[in-house]
Ligand binder design. Sequence first.
Ligand code: SF4
Length: 334
Amino acid sequence: MRPEQSLPFNCLIPRTSGHSGCYGQAHLRQPVHRGPVHRPALRQRLRDPERLVRRLTPALDHGASPHPCDDPRVASPELSSDCSRCFGLCCVLLPFAASSGFGVDKPSGTPCLNLLPDDRCGIHDTLRQDGWPGCTVFECFGAGQQVSQVTYAGVSWREQDNLGEMAAVLSVMRQLHEMLVHLDEVDRRSPDPAAGPVRKEIELLTAAEPEPLLLVDVDDLHVRVGELLADASDRVRRRWPAAADRTRADLAGRRLSGDLRGWTFRGALLIGADLRGAELDDVDLLGADVRDADVRGCDLSSALFLTQPQVNAARGDVGTALPAGLSRPGHWPA
Ligand code: SF4
């Protein structure tokens, strides 16, 4: 799925100047089921990577590994959605509203009326025509199949009574996966030795069981990853010394043309903005809300921290150039 046509799920902008942390899709912040797993002992385990990795991967011989974070047997998760290996989690666990681009209102923990018994969408090919554009925007960054196949080891929500916990786990997992997506970009665009250990730490967490996952200090990770992204952005954009900073600016509906190379639009509201014809080399779009932003014909191939859900929500066309790894949405005109 692709719930709620809303802000992209970035929360990696330093929370200064009143920025509240752009979690965007509010349904992914709730409900966080902590319940009986909220225990100091678990917190202590999370501070001890070696104990944690033993808990995560009990079959491994940890004596052979110099450090759990370097253990190649802790696999890197996939970072784009594969609905064929997911139990339709977003179509069940997340709430959405008809006013947000979904056909009906639906509470969390209730299967969508279009979800088939094999966890596929019954109207996948006609979502937009049928009034469900919100479903074409959402992207879980691979968290859905990770939760389905790794966290819950292939046991579907249909076979257990833990929808609240699964919803909270999916929320955490999606945030971890999005951080990994951005850290991969740091590695490609401006490598930073300090990013490697953080990436390994997050990778390790993606393999965790539900209990430790629900105790992850996601806010702390957001701050640490956000600093790495900001530093990488500064390094890349250094070649545009005159670039403007439009962090968190309200530019909704504005016409933005001319030389915008190296500009920062972190967390900015670009809803319905018209960017056609603008020069957009190395623009930083981390967490920018680009719903219905007109990027037809734009060259976004070097944009920083642009994500697939942002692309899905914008108005592009066949002339829109995207960064490597991002796909042109099927609903964009040819
Ligand atoms: S319409 Fe399809 S993709 Fe959207 S929530 Fe329902 S089952 Fe999922």
